[in-house]
Design a binder for this molecule. Structure first.
Ligand code: SF4
Length: 359
């Protein structure tokens, strides 16, 4: 890959982009300070989640766990509850584990060295570079989807950007372009440009502060770069779930029933559920019989719901089953159905509960 910009144009390019960022950056609750913890939590939440969806979670999370030490002291269930609905729950588990390691090994302060940061659970090269550059001005360039798109358009880079060789070339290019006197602002400026101006579809080139440096714009290639990624074909699957209900309005939640793909419920409290092969009602009745000892129970079909997890398109088929008493088994708990929102459960579980509450 040729260099994205001639070396002679790099200083003016940097100056323009930084000036634009400092004038136009959006006001975000993690901006404006150098608190590595707040920046780290934001970067983790923003992985795979849009900013608008993250904001209310972020504010609540910081109120509940205002420091690394508070997060390290927290129980996993409490952290998962605060994360409930954001998805990809391993992020929350890793965040808490990393906080515990930071308290145990780094006096409660996010480490300043790249290797120490990378040794923490859930922290990869992108997150480490983002936190260290923004909090400590470490000279480390970030490369995420937004930055890669901006760089590829600037240099009119064709082909699949996610190919490992191409990605590494872009990472090297990002590092060589880094404004070393302001790495935190620089990284945020490139990300901000990608999020607000150089968007995936219909980039707003007329408002772009670096349009005069952009080869894709010059050559009329902005809609062709980056090339669309070849996504794996989505897998369709159906999961049937039983909402048991006793005369007091309580339902039964279980953990790790092992009867289906655990990604859907993220190893949190969930309704008894089974992945359906042919007949949802029959297979769910079989699960209730074999794992909960419920011999004959009427299953009332509720409104189906759709749920997407990465490349899976899941149809959730909830069934209501009225019982005189809830089974007493290990790794299960009885809870009022309408109070599920206060527990660490996945959004798939909330969709099933909602079908039962609004039938
Ligand atoms: Fe992106 Fe257009 Fe700016 Fe080029 S000119 S960097 S395509 S917004």
């Amino acid at each position: 890959m040729k260099s994205l910009l001639p070396a002679s144009r790099l200083p003016s390019f940097r100056a323009r982009l930084l000036k634009w960022f400092r004038r136009h950056k959006r006001d975000m609750p993690w901006r404006g300070g150098r608190d590595a913890y707040r920046i780290w939590v934001a970067e983790v939440m923003l992985q795979q989640t849009r900013i608008a969806a993250v904001l209310p979670y972020y504010r609540r999370f910081l109120r509940r766990f205002p420091s690394v030490r508070a997060l390290a002291r927290a129980r996993e269930a409490g952290v998962l509850q605060s994360w409930s609905g954001l998805g990809y729950y391993s992020r929350a588990r890793n965040l808490r584990q990393a906080a515990r390691q930071i308290v145990a090994n780094h006096h409660g302060k996010f480490p300043q060295s790249l290797n120490a940061a990378l040794a923490l659970p859930g922290i990869g090269r992108y997150t480490a570079a983002a936190v260290l550059s923004i909090a400590y001005e470490a000279p480390l360039a970030v490369l995420d989807g937004n930055v890669a798109r901006v760089l590829a358009r600037l240099g009119a880079v064709r082909g699949d950007l996610r190919r490992p060789k191409r990605w590494q070339e872009l990472a090297d290019a990002a590092q060589s372009m880094l404004a070393e006197d302001a790495p935190g602002d620089w990284n945020q400026a490139l990300m901000e440009l990608g999020e607000t101006v150089c968007m995936p579809k219909s980039p707003r080139c007329d408002e772009c502060p670096v349009a005069s440096y952009c080869r894709a714009r010059r050559d009329g290639l902005t809609e062709e770069i980056p090339e669309p990624r070849k996504k794996p074909a989505p897998v369709e699957m159906t999961v049937a779930a039983a909402v048991l209900s006793d005369p007091q309005g309580r339902t039964l939640l279980v953990k790790d029933p092992g009867a289906h793909d655990h990604v859907l419920f993220s190893r949190m409290w969930q309704f008894p559920a089974v992945q359906v092969n042919a007949d949802a009602r029959e297979e769910l009745a079989g699960l209730l019989r074999n794992t909960l000892g419920l011999g004959s129970v009427h299953l009332e079909e509720l409104r189906a719901a759709r749920h997407g997890v990465t490349f899976r398109n899941i149809t959730l088929l909830p069934f209501l089953a009225r019982v005189n008493s809830l089974p007493k088994i290990a790794r299960a708990r009885a809870v009022p159905l309408e109070r599920l929102g206060g527990l660490p459960v996945s959004s798939a579980t909330l969709k099933i509960a909602s079908a039962a509450l609004t039938r």
